[in-house]
Write a protein that binds this ligand. Structure first.
Ligand code: SF4
Ligand code: SF4
Length: 629
């Protein structure tokens, strides 16, 4: 039975081994959530993927992969304002994109429960920064919950809906990578019915925050967060365990590391575990601090709880020594581990404040370290061919703004076609800025999903302001980096329905781009180089933007489809008689399936890794790379 079908079962009391992300997906059913909107982003991806798989089997349920996080929050927010429970899912940096509607939504509030699941990524395993989303709770005045494990992820979600409805506010459920991807037994609860349709009740002087409305709503919001404060003081989600002179304040996955560390160090302490971290339970925390002379704060990323503790200690004249990041006992960067927490606790006790971040970063794997390997595009990735062509056509002299997606890996030699990156959609907009002030050729690259997510305003801006930029859309027919989710160019919805896809070239023409070309990078590498060269030259001469859409499915999808269809392609090999060991293929294309024979120094192809794209055959000047008969 697939995980999605297991999660659909109404078997109350059954214990199932679940990822926290799957547990949250199950929680959607148990909370009776009617609509979920998400933009895929690791480490939250499996929540949306699981719901999408489940959606065709569910009545009165709607799931969508929205084009970006702002859109997702607006879709889900509108559903909650209409009177049904809703959810929005994103990763940490995604909440930046959705910050605009988040702050307004808190002002107008919701009629039915709404939860925003935001997955932060300490250590940036797959993110461009270490956003600490707890500050969004503070800034937007919305309650926040932080589960520590899969079971809590579901139980807190259910409570978050209750509190959201009680306060008429959206509630943030913040997870971190280690929680999202932890698997543990979770007890299934009853599945709640979902309403089919509700009637939207008009209330413009609440839901349209023109200044006179917003001024009142801000006061209302501050009143609600006071009520939330009282909830935080009494909720069983905030509790203490253990006894001892030492007090420890913690939340999220750090709580698990604290318990493990105390046991292994044979140390007694009283631990205050906060499941509701905004608003912090002020009375509870002050009383806790009064019981201890020494308070250690253990939390990943920013000193969020630590700052609250210091503020409250000062405000209430509590005589307690607060130890945490501020004195260097714990690192402010990267994911924690039991050994980092153990080390921090030991140093708090001994007063050793010399934090050695290198030492504390990543330890305790129990494995001998692997040789470092540069991150590379997959063997047979169509982006490699396009980047090879961009670099060849521009002789490596253009500026190459990049974007968020697996193609950012083109930063590595020999492709070296990622010069600047801010956030989703920034390749086009930063290209505009660079082109205006440098006079150099600028070739921006952006993936298909990112193009729909945040690229469109950049295209409109480039057209309207006549920015001389060459935009290459790397259309691999999927959102590859986060696990192959659909987007408006793929023709599949989150409800698993086939629909008419949006054509990127037509969209660009519609936005006013005069020169739009479409290429297949595997059809002819020479032609691809020629197209890029012509486009760059056209942009230079016409002082206007042009777009090249390079379409070829992701190598992983192509391989899976070939396997499903039983299509056999003859493998590629290097003919040792013809190969002159010039290393052009190795040095300029650097496909991971190719290597140098240590004895003959000639190129070789590892057939088990080769994804049969054939690009290396076009790169070899000797014609030494061929397909077997
Ligand atoms: S055909 Fe060549 S470039 Fe393509 S995956 Fe195989 S070895 Fe790599
Ligand atoms: S480019 Fe051709 S000749 Fe040169 S090393 Fe590669 S296979 Fe051999």
């Amino acid at each position: 039975m697939s995980k999605a079908s297991t999660l659909l079962q109404n078997e109350v009391g059954r214990r199932v081994l679940l990822l926290a992300n799957e547990s949250i997906a199950r929680g959607v059913l148990e909370a009776g959530v009617r609509l979920v909107a998400c933009y895929p982003g690791t480490p939250s991806s499996e929540i949306g993927n699981t719901l999408s798989q489940m959606s065709p089997s569910l009545e009165n349920f709607y799931f969508e992969f929205s084009v970006n996080e702002k859109v997702a929050l607006e879709v889900a927010g509108a559903a909650a304002v209409s009177g049904v429970r809703s959810m929005m899912i994103c990763k940490g940096p995604g909440l930046n994109v959705a910050a605009d509607p988040l702050l307004s939504l808190a002002y107008v509030g919701v009629r039915a429960g709404m939860v925003i699941v935001v997955a932060d990524d300490p250590s940036m395993w797959s993110s461009q920064n270490e956003n600490d989303s707890r500050y969004y709770a503070l800034m937007s005045n919305t309650p926040m919950f932080e589960p520590s494990d899969p079971e809590e992820s579901k139980s807190m979600l259910l409570q978050a809906y209750e509190i959201s409805e009680r306060l008429q506010l959206p509630v943030l459920l913040r997870t971190t990578t280690r929680v999202n991807h932890t698997r543990a037994p979770v007890e299934l609860g009853p599945i709640r019915d979902r309403p089919d349709k509700v009637e939207f009740q008009k209330e413009p002087f609440r839901f349209v925050p023109i200044p006179s409305v917003a001024r009142n709503r801000h006061l209302w919001l501050l009143g609600q967060i006071k009520v939330a404060q009282e909830i935080s003081e009494t909720t069983p989600l905030n509790f203490t365990v253990g006894q001892g002179k030492l007090g420890i304040l913690t939340s999220g996955v750090s709580y698990c590391y604290v318990l493990e560390s105390l046991a292994s160090m044979n140390l007694n302490a009283e631990v205050l575990k906060l499941g509701m971290t905004h608003p912090v339970p002020e009375r509870m925390l002050v009383e806790f601090m009064r019981r201890h002379r020494q308070l250690v704060v253990v939390e990943e990323l920013e000193p969020f709880l630590e700052t609250h503790a210091r503020r409250l200690a000062q405000l209430h004249s509590v005589d307690v020594e607060i130890q945490g990041k501020e004195q260097g006992y714990f690192p402010r960067t990267y994911e924690y581990s039991p050994s980092i927490v153990r080390d921090g606790l030991r140093r708090c006790i001994t007063g050793d404040t010399a934090t050695d971040l290198q030492r504390t970063e990543r330890t305790d794997t129990g494995l001998s370290s692997l040789p470092p390997r540069p991150p590379l595009l997959c063997a047979g990735c169509p982006h490699r061919a396009t980047y090879y062509a961009i670099r060849t056509a521009t002789k490596g002299k253009a500026i190459y703004p990049s974007d968020i997606g697996c193609y950012t890996l083109s930063i590595s030699p020999p492709l070296e076609t990622a010069d600047l990156l801010f956030d989703m959609g920034s390749s086009i907009t930063t290209a505009c800025g660079i082109a205006q002030v440098t006079g150099q050729d600028v070739v921006a690259t952006i993936g298909d999903s990112t193009f729909f997510a945040s690229g469109l305003p950049g295209v409109a801006n480039a057209v309207y302001n006549s920015h001389p930029v060459c935009i290459v859309v790397l259309d691999n027919r999927t959102t590859a980096m986060t696990g192959h989710q659909p987007h408006p160019g793929t023709g599949l919805t989150g409800m698993q329905q086939k629909v008419e896809p949006l054509d990127i070239a037509t969209v660009c023409r519609g936005l006013g781009v005069k020169n739009v070309r479409t290429v297949r990078p595997f059809a002819s590498l020479a032609n691809l180089v020629k197209e890029v060269r012509e486009l760059v030259s056209w942009v230079r001469n016409n002082r206007a933007p042009a777009v090249l859409v390079s379409i070829e499915p992701c190598a992983l999808i192509a391989a899976a489809e070939r396997a499903r269809a039983g299509v056999r392609i003859s493998p590629y090999y290097v003919d040792p008689e013809t190969c002159t060991a010039c290393k052009r293929c190795l040095n300029r294309l650097s496909c991971p399936a190719m290597y140098q024979d240590p004895e003959s120094k000639k190129a070789m192809i590892d057939e088990t890794m080769c994804n049969l794209c054939g690009v290396c055959a076009s790169v070899c000047p000797q014609g030494a790379i061929r397909q077997k008969e």
